[in-house]
Design a protein around this ligand. Structure first.
Ligand SMILES: Nc1ncnc2c1ncn2[C@@H]1O[C@H](COP(=O)(O)OP(=O)(O)OP(=O)(O)O)[C@@H](O)[C@H]1O
Ligand SMILES: [Mg+2]
Length: 191
């Protein structure tokens, strides 16, 4: 079973958005994922209650071995403890103040010898500083998910972007392709 920790101590960096949509991408690839929401009041639990998800969201680590191939832990904000899993996915938004927290957390994770995949999300294409950070991170192997209205729409309906109800949303095919690429990378390249 693959364990994926989606972690960034800063709030609002896209951890829940990423966890939910990564799980949906895993289903597209024939896997059986569970999302574990580390915050009982958390966003991924709300999605679950919306009733439109094709996978389970649990609010704690199951006591018995879950019937799943992939466990995705959606961590909560202000959690500075480096997660225990070997693979960390660190989403972050490239605005300057948020970049600083990401960098601190990244150093901690690196010190703990974790495998780290960085996701730059929601770059404001009109801001030169954000574009610069995005390009630099991409050069160092990060994945990029552009700012896209489909995430807000999906969130408001508690759906993943792979939901058929969003088939006609603007650029949804591009966003789906990015998530499939990231999930494939994790399955193929990362131990
Ligand atoms: N690429 C993107 N385009 C547009 N909106 C985005 C993008 N990435 C994330 N967002 C939005 O940013 C907001 C914060 O995302 P999310 O709730 O996933 O962050 P979080 O890190 O889980 O926050 P918290 O630490 O509070 O749990 C959400 O409204 C989400 O839809
Ligand atoms: Mg969250």
């Amino acid at each position: 079973m693959k364990v994926i920790d989606v972690w960034n101590p800063k709030g609002g960096q896209g951890k829940s958005m990423f966890s939910i949509n990564l799980a949906a991408a895993a289903i597209e690839l024939g896997k059986k994922p569970f999302v574990i929401c580390q915050d009982p009041q958390g966003t991924s639990m709300l999605y679950h209650k919306g009733g439109n998800l094709p996978f389970k969201v649990l609010n704690s680590i199951p006591h018995t071995k879950p019937n799943a191939d992939i466990l995705i832990f959606d961590h909560q904000a202000a959690d500075w403890e480096v997660p225990s899993g070997q693979l960390l996915i660190m989403p972050f938004k490239p605005a300057r103040d948020q970049y600083a927290t990401y960098t601190d957390a990244f150093k901690r994770a690196e010190g703990a010898n974790k495998e780290i995949v960085t996701i730059v999300t929601d770059t404001n294409a009109h801001r030169a500083d954000e574009l610069k950070v995005t390009t630099a991170m991409k050069d160092r192997g990060a994945f990029v998910i552009p700012s896209s209205g489909v995430f807000g729409r999906a969130a408001s309906e508690y759906r993943t972007i792979f939901d058929d109800a969003l088939n006609r949303a603007y650029k949804v095919k591009d966003r789906r392709r990015e998530f499939i690429q990231i999930m494939s990378h994790i399955l193929v390249e990362v131990k």
